[in-house]
Design a binder for this molecule. Structure first.
Ligand SMILES: *Cc1c(COP(=O)(O)O)cnc(C)c1O
Length: 378
């Protein structure tokens, strides 16, 4: 019989560079006495990311949400935008803050990303863009979405908050569509404490985004647009630069964890493993979402979520409730009954996965899941 973990196991835990290394980096910030406003570390970080993503069409922000808000503003997106209900609320909030009407359509059941057929059916004369999410780091059906966007003259924007370092046919995922937003929040697989990044096809947008994140200042006394404050600071850049060096290790460890979960949980009735990624995709192992089949498992997803807490294991129900079911969006009407999204929201549990989670602990989590399943049946 499995025993509870001595210390709580959360769904994620941020990678931290060795403290001595970070302290060493802090000395440079102290020497510069330059803490924010496009300081030397932010500039260096921007160059490092440009190399990493093979593009200069890149802009850094203090978080992903403001990056997305500024993206929509800078691209002058208006009217209606077709988007997914199966995401973190910030995707929808960014539309709302730009006075854009979100039009929710269903996801496809394989990778939980926006269903292109549903997108096409929801286009109206007011539609200006598609905002899709590479949920869990699984790439969207990008070819079909790009085709729809081209035929209907719509912008194609990706919330790639989960997809840092994912590659599609050898190319960084940010090269898909017109623009992608990445989040470097501490709960993501790669982080800069808090942080965000846009990568985009039209290099002409860079200036606009740089203005918008810095109050619209174009010079000492010149303000060219009503911008906001969304600048990344030097401490974030230092963290981001240092964590970047460990990225291969972070992803390799997550991959091993994911493989052990797959090998062990395949035998547990009622646990449906995450789908394999499509051929040609280099995955980042950002999340490990399993679907719970209540009948076969013997408990509902919510009952399992609770049962695991008794063993000091804290899973997350990403994404429950669905965004359209939150009080602030409930009054929005939508045609699509969102059947697939509702089923996913009711059945998915994301299991702990982070670079410092030992394989012994993963095995113990699997034992606990097996035990709970067996006890539920008897
Ligand atoms: C984390 C996240 C965001 C918001 O990013 P922040 O950097 O936390 O502002 C947006 N969309 C999705 C899908 C996310 O997971």
């Amino acid at each position: 019989m499995p025993t509870p973990f001595e210390k709580p196991i959360y769904v994620t835990r941020p990678f931290l560079p060795p403290l001595e290394q970070f302290s060493e980096g802090l000395k440079e910030i102290w020497d510069n006495a330059w803490l924010t406003n496009n300081g030397p570390l932010v500039q260096r970080y921007q160059k490092a990311l440009s190399r990493h993503f093979e593009t200069d069409h890149l802009c850094l922000f203090n978080n992903g949400t403001l990056a997305l808000q500024i993206a929509l503003q800078g691209m002058q997106i208006t009217g209606e935008v077709i988007t997914t209900p199966y995401t973190f609320v910030a995707t929808t909030h960014a539309l709302y803050w730009n006075k854009i009407r979100p039009v929710f359509v269903d996801i496809e059941p394989n990778h939980y990303t926006l269903d292109p057929a549903k997108v096409e059916a929801a286009i109206t004369p007011w539609t200006t863009a598609i905002l899709a999410v590479h949920v869990y780091g699984f790439p969207c059906q990008h070819a079909a979405l790009a085709d729809i966007a081209r035929r209907h003259n719509l912008h194609l924007i990706y919330d790639a908050a989960h997809a840092f370092d994912v590659k599609v046919n050898g190319a960084p995922i940010g090269q898909l569509g017109d623009l992608s937003m990445f989040s470097f929040h501490s709960t993501k697989l790669y982080h800069s404490i808090e942080g965000g990044m846009l990568t985009f096809a039209d290099g002409g947008l860079k200036k606009t985004f740089d203005y918008l994140k810095n109050f619209g200042f174009a010079g000492e006394v010149e303000v060219v647009m009503p911008g906001t404050n969304a600048k990344m600071n030097e401490f974030q850049a230092l963290m981001g630069l240092q964590v970047l060096n460990y990225l291969p290790m972070i992803i390799a460890n997550r991959r091993k964890i994911s493989e052990l979960y797959r090998a062990t949980l395949a035998a547990v009735p009622g646990i449906i493993l995450p789908p394999p990624v499509d051929p040609g995709v280099d995955y980042n192992y950002a999340y490990f979402p399993v679907e719970i089949n209540e009948t076969e498992f013997g408990l509902t997803r919510d009952e399992l979520h609770e049962a695991l807490k008794k063993y000091n294991i804290f899973t997350r129900r990403y994404f429950y409730p669905l965004v359209p079911d939150f009080a602030c969006y409930r009054s929005l009407s939508h045609q699509d009954p969102l059947v697939v999204a509702r089923s996913a929201a009711a059945r998915i549990l994301t299991l702990p996965i982070y670079d410092s989670l030992s394989l012994e602990h993963v095995a113990r989590i699997c034992d606990t899941l097996e035990h709970i399943q067996r006890s539920a049946k008897t």
